[in-house]
Design a protein around this ligand. Structure first.
Ligand SMILES: Cc1cc2nc3c(=O)[nH]c(=O)nc-3n(C[C@H](O)[C@H](O)[C@H](O)COP(=O)(O)OP(=O)(O)OC[C@H]3O[C@@H](n4cnc5c(N)ncnc54)[C@H](O)[C@@H]3O)c2cc1C
Length: 412
């Protein structure tokens, strides 16, 4: 029997209010099936770190009883429950000497929620976190329990599901042997050199982030290396920071994972923010746009041009690299991308206005939004009709259709 639960009233930062009228906490697959058979307006609840109404609904399915983290005996894959966070996974892998290949900027987010929105970290050759998925166990909107594996016909459509296909009750993720990582921050990158140096800078380490304010001030570059990676010489014109840095100028870096080149546990280096501490600033909204790599320099120039128009709203901006994939609704579908991220102040309308400015500036590059962040428009994904057909098959009675899904995925 599902247990009673309290529905989240709003997202993590309080910038999006949800309209849930009911909430249930299933404790078994059968509980999830019963909910799907009897209720409508359903949404599985992740950790609430999205910045739009994607995660809203009428009946919240709270997944915090689905907490398994079980590595397989062959040490190549871990099975995790549909309610765990990346911090839970990292802790569960630690006794087995295992790790994930990449993480987002924070370990606080739920795996199922991150995968559903194609959340990503950084790395020229690193796919988004949905590409780590080897299999999904899904209670579909039709009430069936289905396991969809890499290689199955529905797999590429079902992984980045945006919560619209049903409830993910478990995932299998690729894992690798744990090795120490270290991170170094370089200071003093002239803003007018970012566009022409994107490739050079992202070749310096396995995971690279450039933080800038698009206001003409020098940018900073986060380099994250895994033990055993090639020791690429650092550019002599940039200075290695001798004090820890927060991605948002002026905030206390105690919230951040250790830097200064000190090797440590992968889960304490790959994300920017430490478990147990407030990630980012907390008082914020976010937007992010993905453009094909060959547009990098031109997109950077477009962002420099609109810098003054977004300055009032901007806390910090980040540029990362994400490798292409074949997942139908992934912003990396069919293309390697640069990811242009923006952390906004949360004041009334500030973020929405700034996002509109960006969308106009980046329109010539067919910029694809991060589905979990504030955006107004999205170019039609190439495989949208295939996704619609899959959705109709798996959720024939529209039990998982919310306003966001109707507006963004089902309306031309
Ligand atoms: C401080 C901060 C830093 C961030 N850093 C990054 C970053 O580095 N890279 C990046 O790409 N994004 C980043 N994000 C965005 C964030 O990773 C995504 O919005 C992600 O979706 C959050 O996961 P969540 O579980 O909180 O999702 P939620 O907002 O809770 O849910 C998102 C969607 O997933 C669905 N969902 C959740 N669980 C299930 C389930 N079990 N079954 C089916 N559907 C489910 C929900 O129904 C919803 O539709 C950041 C956000 C914050 C607040």
């Amino acid at each position: 029997m599902s247990e009673p639960a309290v529905a989240p009233p709003r997202n993590w930062s309080g910038t999006v209010s949800y309209g849930f009228r009911e909430a249930s906490r299933p404790t078994s697959l059968d509980d999830v099936r019963r909910l799907v058979e009897t209720e409508r307006g359903l949404r599985a609840v992740g950790s609430g770190h999205s910045f739009n109404d994607l995660a809203d609904g009428e009946h919240a399915i709270v997944m915090d009883r689905f907490t398994d983290v079980t590595p397989a005996a062959d040490h190549t894959v871990v099975r995790v429950g549909g309610g765990v966070t990346y911090a839970d996974v990292a802790l569960g892998l630690r006794p087995h000497g295992l790790a994930l290949a990449n993480l987002a900027s924070l370990p606080h987010i739920s795996v199922a929620g991150a995968v559903a929105t194609a959340t990503h970290g950084s790395g020229r050759d690193a796919g988004n976190l949905a590409t780590h998925v080897r299999a999904l166990e899904l209670v579909t909107g039709a009430g069936d329990v289905r396991t969809v594996r890499r290689g199955d016909a529905d797999f590429a459509g079902a992984v980045v599901s945006l919560g619209a296909l049903g409830v993910v009750t478990a995932l299998e993720l690729d894992v690798e042997d744990e090795r120490p990582w270290s991170q170094t921050v370089l200071l003093g990158l002239p803003e007018d050199e970012i566009g022409t140096r994107l490739d050079e800078l992202h070749a310096l380490a396995r995971s690279v982030s450039i933080f800038t304010r698009w206001d003409g001030s020098p940018a900073r570059v986060w380099l994250k290396r895994r033990e055993g990676d090639a020791d690429v010489p650092l550019p002599t014109d940039l200075q290695s920071a001798t004090r820890e840095q927060h991605p948002i100028d002026g905030l206390d870096p105690v919230h951040c994972t250790p830097q200064l080149g000190e090797p440590g546990w992968w889960a304490d280096r790959v994300p920017h923010f430490r478990t147990g501490f407030m990630p980012s600033s907390g008082d914020e909204s976010q937007s992010e746009y993905h453009v094909a790599r060959h547009h990098g320099a031109a997109a950077v120039q477009a962002l420099r041009d609109v810098g003054p128009a977004i300055a009032e709203a901007l806390q910090t901006a980040e540029i990362r690299a994400v490798a292409g994939d074949d997942l139908w609704l992934s912003p990396q579908h069919g293309q390697d991308t640069w990811a242009f991220h923006f952390t906004w102040f949360s004041g009334e309308g500030l973020a929405a206005r700034a996002a509109a400015v960006l969308e106009e500036a980046l329109a010539p590059f067919d910029a694809r939004p991060h589905w979990g962040k504030l955006h107004h428009h999205a170019p039609r994904p190439e495989r949208i009709e295939d996704f619609r057909a899959l959705r109709t098959r798996l959720d024939p009675d529209d039990r998982f259709v919310n306003d966001w899904v109707r507006r963004v995925l089902l309306t031309d």
